[in-house]
Design a protein around this ligand. Structure first.
Ligand code: HGY
Ligand code: MN
Ligand code: MN
Length: 402
């Protein structure tokens, strides 16, 4: 049904692009490595019999015509990575979708529905602190204002797209109309499938990431000449707030909150930090819980800032609603899992995914693949060829049922 040797080869070849010294992958949007990855995947799409083009934000869009001009089935995932990321996060979804199309083509099976396979731009948000750029464009929700966000060097998304070689076109050109549904294969990045001893899972919903940037301003002063009770130390203030982020999150069973990036100015051994900037990533499958956690963290931060005469600025980087996957689609995925003789496990996704951008536009379904030790966003990220074969078969079967 599918050719797992070809899929494994493609995963291996793609994983070489952007390789870091310790075996991770750096592929940040609109840079050379990410472009090379797209160019390689473009070849895979063409070998699978698809027509391929780059859209107005640089999404790589492959298309296989159907027997009729019914709404298309949209498949895809992302090729960009987090810093020192793994070889399966995103890549597996794009390559397994291409493998299904390739297998349909070479077995002479023409579906009623056309199929679009998309490698969505910048799902991770690594470069601009604003993720899912490509899927927002496909959903028609990306604005010119969004493209003014800049990376740490001050380059805007709009400038990066131009430098990438994409001619300036209306963003609306990227919106995909006439889509029946969206399906994505992705690694679980958690331990639930492994704890249940199963290869694949049906995803019930996706927790929504809320990304905030905190900036705390105090006073840079001499570390030796300034008495302890006369300081406005921004780093001590930030440290108290960051410790509270972990403490407060533990009050909620399913919520998570993470400080992933932190910078200190002027960052000298003998200088009291005058300014500290950090990010907080807050998530829950329930939006009310996420909002309550956000409120408590902000309230505590204000308290610390007041007590220590520090100036606090909070900027919202992105706020993505948690979503439920479509019941009907989940049932077809569960049937497919059963028919290939695998136990059915349903689970929510703690990680965010491109499908969230299509909430309210068309049905969304996801198929998870077991992650070894639940490790991801790490060079040690691993899923077995056997599990990948099973997941790709589930995708194939689901497509046939649709
Ligand atoms: O951050 C996430 O949840 C995903 O890896 N983009
Ligand atoms: Mn990721
Ligand atoms: Mn991902």
């Amino acid at each position: 049904m599918i050719n797992i040797e070809r899929l494994s080869r493609n995963i291996e070849e793609l994983s070489k692009i952007g390789r870091t010294p310790n075996g991770g992958i750096n592929r940040f949007s609109y840079f050379a490595e990410e472009k090379a990855a797209n160019e390689l995947v473009k070849q895979f799409m063409e070998s699978a019999g698809m027509t391929v083009h780059y859209d107005s934000v640089g999404n790589l869009v492959g298309r296989l015509e159907g027997a009729s001009d019914l709404p298309a089935i949209l498949l895809g995932s992302h090729l960009d990575t987090v810093p020192d990321g793994g070889r399966f996060d995103g890549s597996l979804g794009v390559l397994s979708a291409i493998e299904v199309v390739h297998s349909l083509k070479e077995n002479g099976i023409m579906l009623q529905h056309p199929v679009n396979v998309v490698a969505f731009k910048d799902e991770e948000g690594t470069r601009f602190g604003f993720g899912m750029i490509g899927s927002r464009a496909v959903a028609g929700s990306l604005t010119r204002k969004d493209l003014q966000r800049t990376d740490d060097e001050g380059i805007s998304i709009e400038q990066a797209i131009a430098d990438y070689g994409i001619p300036r076109r209306p963003l609306a050109d990227s919106k995909l109309e006439n889509i029946r549904l969206y399906l994505e294969v992705h690694i679980e990045q958690g331990k639930i499938l492994e704890n249940n001893g199963v290869s694949v899972g049906n995803v019930t919903g996706i927790a929504g990431p809320l990304w905030l940037k905190f900036r705390l301003k105090g006073q840079s002063e001499h570390a030796g000449a300034t008495p302890m009770n006369q300081r406005q130390d921004a780093l001590v203030g930030a440290s108290l707030i960051i410790a509270e982020v972990e403490k407060t999150s533990k009050h909620f069973s399913s919520a998570v909150a993470t400080v992933g990036k932190l910078s200190v100015k002027p960052n000298g051994v003998n200088v009291i930090p005058g300014e500290v900037e950090w990010t907080i990533d807050i998530r829950d499958i329930d939006e009310d819980i996420r909002d309550e956690l956000e409120r408590r963290i902000k309230q505590f931060a204000e308290k610390i800032a007041n007590e220590r005469h520090l100036k606090l600025e909070i900027t919202e980087l992105q706020r993505v609603k948690p979503i439920q996957c479509n019941e009907g689609l989940q049932n077809i995925i569960k049937e497919s899992i059963e028919e290939i003789g695998q136990p059915v496990v349903s689970l929510p996704s703690g990680a965010g995914h491109d499908g969230m951008q299509f909430n309210g536009l068309f049905p969304i379904g996801m198929i998870f693949v077991r992650s070894k030790d639940g490790v991801s966003h790490n060079p040690g990220e691993f899923s077995s060829e056997e599990d990948i074969e099973i997941a790709t078969k589930v995708l194939f079967k689901t497509m046939m049922k649709l």
